[in-house]
Design a protein around this ligand. Structure first.
Ligand SMILES: [Zn+2]
Ligand SMILES: [Zn+2]
Length: 359
């Protein structure tokens, strides 16, 4: 027979048992890494032209978003079917060139791995005309070449939009629809990120004291009305607009941090990258450059690379490009010394951009 005392005792402790069981069985579910925006790509490993496979239409949308398929492709039936066609193969080849992969046009494991990495939401190619490595004539043969180390890999937005000479002093402010990090931290991070660019260019930055700021920084989620929706955790992390738009948007659904652990994204790294776009720089194929589109979780890359410095110099004054470009090649491994030299050259440039002005 059942002992009444034992039953009463079991009922008393049952809430604790329930909690214990819940903790044991729920742990694997809670600890499973959440789905990332680009996870659909893992199903495509090994596929190539001529095949028909589910998820290829998602790949087409991915490649169009980042400029690897013509904008017109969106208006045809092709983007919505699962045919692995010529255009798709060509887009994949361009992607492979830009990211130093073997340009086969096939979805090999390395290409899929690269495509799944979190990245900036700004396209690598705009209207099919400006690009990173794939757009430079020297690089049309594909594959890896040691000679590439001596070639600049940055690029500009189509038409090279830039702030007018009278607008070297830029102000910024903050405006978010989704609060993520505290404003004090965001201000500190942004100040440091702007300083990276200020020390190698004629630009100066300060927080706006009124509503009329040149740059507006904020956190947004999903479709936020600018034609470039965010996609939740992973995938695209942020985007910003070319001069003189001034908008810089972070995806509020990322796990942002100022001291990132394995699954966290360093907000300062992303801020330095996005400010480069605000100044007029596009993506670079140089993996060590700030303007490289891929930014890994748990990593920090807050300092400018020689490729970034060369790009912003070119943006300021193309006449300085040749001598400084040559110096960069020679002193590529000695950035600190180069930046010091750049500051001295900046004094000369400063003569033309003398202090804060209003446009
Ligand atoms: Zn970017
Ligand atoms: Zn946006």
């Amino acid at each position: 027979m059942t002992n009444p005392k034992a039953v009463a005792s079991l009922l008393q402790i049952s809430p604790f048992i329930s909690l214990l069981l819940l903790a044991i069985f729920a742990y694997p579910i809670l600890s499973t890494k959440s789905l990332q925006a680009f996870d659909f790509l893992q199903q495509l490993d090994g596929w190539h032209k001529g095949q028909k496979v589910e998820s290829v239409h998602e790949l087409k949308q991915y490649l169009r978003k980042f400029g690897y398929l013509d904008v017109c492709y969106n208006h045809t039936k092709h983007e919505h079917n699962n045919e692995f066609d010529d255009d798709l193969e060509s887009g994949i080849k361009s992607y492979q060139l830009n990211y130093h992969l073997k340009a086969t046009g096939k979805l090999d494991a390395q290409t899929v791995k690269q495509m799944r990495m979190p990245r900036c939401g700004v396209p690598d190619i705009v209207n099919g005309k400006t690009s990173m490595r794939s757009g430079k004539k020297k690089h049309t043969n594909g594959g890896n070449s040691s000679s590439l180390h001596s070639v600049s890999l940055y690029s500009f937005f189509q038409g090279s939009p830039r702030w007018p000479d009278s607008k070297s002093y830029l102000t910024y402010q903050f405006s978010s629809t989704v609060p993520v990090t505290d404003l004090k931290t965001l201000k500190t991070v942004s100040k440091r990120a702007f300083a990276r660019w200020a020390e190698v260019s004629h630009f100066k930055f300060s927080e706006a004291t009124d509503e009329a700021a040149d740059i507006v920084i904020g956190f947004y989620s999903g479709d936020h009305g600018d034609g470039s929706s965010f996609d939740g955790p992973g995938g695209t992390l942020a985007h910003s607009f070319s001069p003189t738009d001034g908008r810089l948007h972070f995806d509020a659904e990322e796990n942002w941090s100022t001291n990132p652990k394995q699954d966290m994204m360093d907000i300062e790294t992303v801020a330095v990258h996005e400010i480069g776009h605000l100044l007029g720089l596009e993506h670079s194929s140089e993996p060590k450059a700030i303007m490289y589109p891929i930014i890994l979780f748990g990593s920090q890359k807050r300092k400018l690379h020689g490729d970034d410095v060369q790009a912003v110099i070119m943006l300021m004054d193309p006449a300085l490009m040749v001598p400084l470009g040559c110096l960069l090649i020679l002193f590529h491994q000695q950035m600190e010394g180069f930046i010091s030299m750049q500051k001295r050259i900046g004094v000369l440039i400063q003569g033309r951009h003398d202090g804060p002005r209003n446009s």
